[in-house]
Design a protein around this ligand. Structure first.
Ligand SMILES: [Zn+2]
Length: 453
């Protein structure tokens, strides 16, 4: 598959203390601009609200403040001499970052309350706190350069920063002209600074080696994943150890005097210290797992023409407070996200089974569906045909079979009693929404929807 994609390259940074402070200052400037704009808009909204309550007609109200990025920026440029006399110490991109975040937040809120935005209800933006807000700045213009020594990055006003890893993969692309940097976001995560370079990249990936092959993937707890061909992909070996360590550290944190919103109790220094340690290990665990998942999804997209995953971990919807389950669920969303773009790059397709498709409870051999299957039951024993299988393997096989049946049946008109819906069939990413499962059709053909995210 050839084509242009927007893709990010993320590098950990090795900064001097002075450079770290400089970036923190930029992030602070972004936060200031955000809070300044929000305060203005809030004041304006409540002014209009109050005037309305006095019975003033709409035309005589104080005019509303425009919250597009363009006008926010214009207002800011007039106000900055008063609000932040030191504004020239930071790049203008810093203030732009904050105002852009605000404009987006307000748009999301207004779209959400008008009902034109999908998903969970978005509340009115809140002020960013100095202690809690993520420190980040986005540079879109000015000198953005990936240096030829593949070890350094140059940003406007901030100067040249050292990267922890080699930028070889990106730099090589820039050199031959198959990548162009659109913007750079510098962000502090768990105490460490990272730079994400959003690039437009000309990709030329080979097609999957087995374009007709179908594979079902069940993201597991014990193993990283189980494939429908019986392959068990193990977790990275140090991952289990780190997970145990994380569990221990979390216990320590909960024994310390933590913050309490109701009583207004401030956390102790010992809590802060333990929490920092815990967060660091948590970051490690996430990274190790993500690394494993990346290797898995790259491999899958390279070898199989069609990959099938579940929409949402059905068992994950049951309340399960186990840490391992929690981590596995996070990995599950990650697998889907990675497969979406990796299959697209290679011209393969990703199929997402409907969340009501009972992949764990269905027998992959005879198709009988169990009414109940406890989470603790790690082996699937069919009461109808007596087949004994690993729980995850059974689920993975059902996912793969879902597509195989689909492809085989796509010629007949009455496959699911709702012929029209089948048109939305095996479209690779970018297709249509899910179709509702047919009522009478309890066994196999619970809905099948192509991914479009
Ligand atoms: Zn069976």
């Amino acid at each position: 598959m050839t084509g242009q994609v927007v893709q990010a390259y993320k590098f950990a940074m090795d900064l001097t203390p002075a450079q770290g402070r400089d970036l923190s200052r930029h992030a602070g400037a972004a936060r200031l601009a955000y809070n300044w704009g929000l305060a203005r808009i809030k004041a304006n909204l409540s002014q209009r609200e109050a005037e309305r309550s006095y019975g003033i007609v709409n035309d005589d109200l104080t005019p509303p403040v425009n919250w597009s990025l363009y006008s926010l920026r214009r207002e800011w440029n007039q106000a900055k001499h008063q609000v932040a006399p030191w504004w020239s110490e930071c790049s203008k991109e810093a203030y732009n970052t904050g105002l852009d975040q605000l404009a987006r937040a307000l748009k999301n809120w207004s779209d959400s309350s008008k009902g034109t935005r999908k998903g969970k209800r978005v509340g009115f933006p809140r002020f960013k706190s100095k202690r809690k807000a993520t420190r980040s700045v986005r540079f879109t213009t000015g000198t953005i350069r990936v240096e030829a020594d593949r070890r350094r990055l140059t940003l406007p006003k901030v100067g040249t920063l050292k990267t922890h890893e080699s930028t070889r993969k990106l730099q090589r692309r820039i050199q031959v002209g198959t990548a162009r940097v659109l913007s750079v976001t510098v962000r502090q995560e768990s105490g460490r600074w990272f730079a994400s370079l959003t690039c437009r990249v000309d990709r030329n990936d080979p097609s999957p080696t087995r374009p007709d092959a179908v594979v079902g993937v069940d993201v597991g707890i014990k193993a990283l994943a189980v494939l429908s061909d019986g392959t068990v992909v193990d977790n990275p070996h140090h991952h289990t150890n780190a997970l145990r360590k994380l569990r221990r550290l979390s216990r320590t944190v909960s024994r310390r005097q933590g913050p309490d919103r109701r009583t207004g109790q401030a956390p102790s220094n010992r809590w802060h210290k333990a929490n920092r340690t815990r967060n660091r290990v948590h970051h490690q665990v996430t990274n190790q797992r993500r690394d494993g998942l990346h290797k898995l999804t790259t491999e899958l997209a390279a070898t199989h023409g069609t990959v099938v995953v579940e929409d949402l971990h059905v068992s994950g919807m049951l309340a399960n407070r186990k840490l391992a389950r929690h981590v596995a669920d996070a990995g599950f969303a990650e697998v889907r996200r990675q497969l979406t773009y990796k299959t697209q790059w290679r011209g393969g397709s990703l199929v997402v089974a409907d969340r009501w498709f009972a992949s764990s409870k269905t027998c992959s051999d005879c198709g009988a569906v169990k009414a109940k299957l406890a989470l603790s039951e790690r082996t699937f024993v069919c009461t109808e045909c007596g087949v004994v299988l690993g729980r995850d393997l059974n689920a993975a096989r059902n996912l793969a079979a879902l597509v195989e049946r689909y492809v085989a049946g796509s010629g007949s008109e009455t496959q699911n009693g709702r012929g029209a819906d089948r048109k939305t069939g095996l479209v690779p990413a970018g297709g249509c929404e899910a179709f509702t499962p047919h009522r009478d059709d309890s066994r196999v053909r619970r809905g099948l929807s192509p991914s479009n995210r």
